[in-house]
Design a protein around this ligand. Structure first.
Ligand code: DLL
Length: 437
């Protein structure tokens, strides 16, 4: 049987004019839905002097106000829910934050459309019903596991709901169940590859043929290295909790940029300082408008991801616009082992635990995995403590940070006045990972 090239051919290859007409119709409806059901966003529109009557199609998109992560957090826990609770069937949430997390709500239709997006990505990676898809993204509040799990079901592949971690078991299932597609973060894929190599497996003894990797930045070099060790083709996938999760965009056989699912999302690139919309091909911040989301419908959401879009024709036949690999962020969010972490969260723990605000975060790479070190200056009165006490304090501080952000750093307490003071903006993070091309 010949393999399917697309999951939803008619939509994925829709001529641009028709696609934009569809977006315009959906946008007009969606703005009404948001205006009527989200007092917070209605307030932002009123402030800008815009009503749904001003929005006739995508040409009017620029009139709408932006929405940002801080707005969503302010709306915690349900100020951004636009459907009655009785219609909502699931929440997911962003990683690495406590207290005011972003809580994303889903109706059954929201989940259905999200899973379609993931199914498109799986088919684009060359998989089909005959395949065995090992999902090694985390399951739970994180969107990676649930999203690709649902997509794999839609395709009809045998799904291995592994979740992340427990490497021995991952490898055993991969080999025994003959998994052909691996879905996980690129760093975990590299780690699994290395473990197989160490155990003496050569690429031709590994059943995998494709990987769908995302949730964190990774370079072309890393792609080549994973492809060689595992003997696969490695595809990029992008998404964020605020827009459902993975599958906002995905790579096709060209492996040259990710097609954005434009029937569900309008993408814009803006100048992050002025908010001005930039023409196609220019580098700036990626902004998304969700056209179909019912329960958590964000309009003009500022992702903070710096990116470039291209409408160049793609030989795969898909007409949807492509985004390059994100080239960095316009805020200070770090992605450490797949978890989103802000320096302000580290600072909050330090102050809550009675430490000084003089600290330094150092990120590096070892064996394709992130290293995460936090150096914290002791207050003079703490410095008199014995080495035993210091070690205990380091341990307890690392535990408090793990509780707050979900992953634990190696904490190093250093003598007072040893962390360099800055005269301008404090430089709190040294990132030596070189994750962007
Ligand atoms: O990371 C959703 C996801 C799960 C995507 C599995 C792909 C695969 P969040 O935890 O909300 O959602 O983090 C979203 O992660 O704004 C980007 O900065 C970053 N990111 C996601 N995918 C990629 C990628 C999920 N392929 C944030 N390349 C986004 C680079 C990515 N960065």
């Amino acid at each position: 049987m010949e393999k399917r090239k697309y999951y939803q051919e008619e939509i994925e290859t829709m001529p641009l004019e028709q696609l934009q007409k569809l977006q315009s119709e959906k946008l007009v409806k969606q703005v009404k839905h948001v205006y009527e059901n989200l007092p917070y966003y209605r307030g932002l529109m009123e402030k800008k002097g815009v009503t749904p009557d001003d929005i006739h199609g995508i040409e009017d998109l620029y009139k709408l106000p932006f929405i940002e992560k801080s707005d969503l957090r302010e709306c915690y826990p349900d100020g951004m829910r636009a459907m009655p609770l009785s219609e909502c069937v699931r929440i997911q949430s962003t990683s690495g934050t406590t207290g005011k997390r972003v809580i994303a709500y889903y109706t059954q239709q929201d989940i259905d459309l999200w899973e379609d997006c993931c199914a498109r990505a799986i088919i684009a990676a060359g998989a089909d019903k005959e395949d065995v898809v090992q999902v090694s993204y985390g399951y739970g509040l994180f969107t990676g596991g649930p999203g690709l799990n649902g997509g794999s079901h839609k395709v009809g592949s045998l799904t291995l709901p592994m979740s992340s971690g427990n490497t021995e078991r991952q490898l055993q299932f991969m080999l025994d169940m003959k998994a052909t597609v691996l879905c996980c973060t690129p760093s975990y894929a590299a780690y699994l590859g290395e473990s197989l190599k160490e155990q003496g497996y050569t690429p031709d003894q590994i059943p995998l043929k494709a990987g769908i990797f995302g949730a964190e930045p990774w370079t072309q070099e890393m792609r080549r290295s994973i492809e060689q060790t595992l003997g696969i083709k490695a595809y990029d996938i992008y998404g964020l909790t605020e827009l459902s999760g993975p599958g906002v965009s995905f790579e096709c056989s060209e492996q040259n940029g990710m097609h954005i699912n434009e029937d569900h999302f309008i993408a814009e690139i803006i100048n992050p300082d002025t908010g001005e919309v930039l023409p196609e091909g220019e580098k700036g911040e990626l902004v998304f408008t969700a056209l179909d989301k019912q329960a958590f419908p964000v309009l003009r959401y500022r992702t903070r991801d710096i990116c470039v879009l291209s409408r160049k024709k793609c030989s795969c036949g898909r007409t949807h616009i492509r985004m390059a690999k994100p080239m960095g962020r316009s805020d200070d969010m770090m992605i450490i082992r797949g978890v989103n972490v802000f320096p302000s969260q580290i600072e909050a723990v330090l102050l809550a635990e009675g430490f000084s605000e003089n600290y330094l975060i150092k990120l590096g790479r070892e064996n394709n995995s992130d290293t995460f070190d936090v150096y914290v200056e002791l207050r003079p009165e703490q410095f008199d403590d014995s080495v035993k006490n210091i070690t205990a304090m380091e341990k307890s501080l690392a535990g408090a940070m793990r509780n707050m952000i979900g992953i634990g750093p190696a904490v190093h307490l250093v003598p007072p006045k040893t962390i360099q003071r800055s005269e301008g903006k404090a430089k709190r993070v040294i990132d030596e990972r070189k994750l962007h091309d």
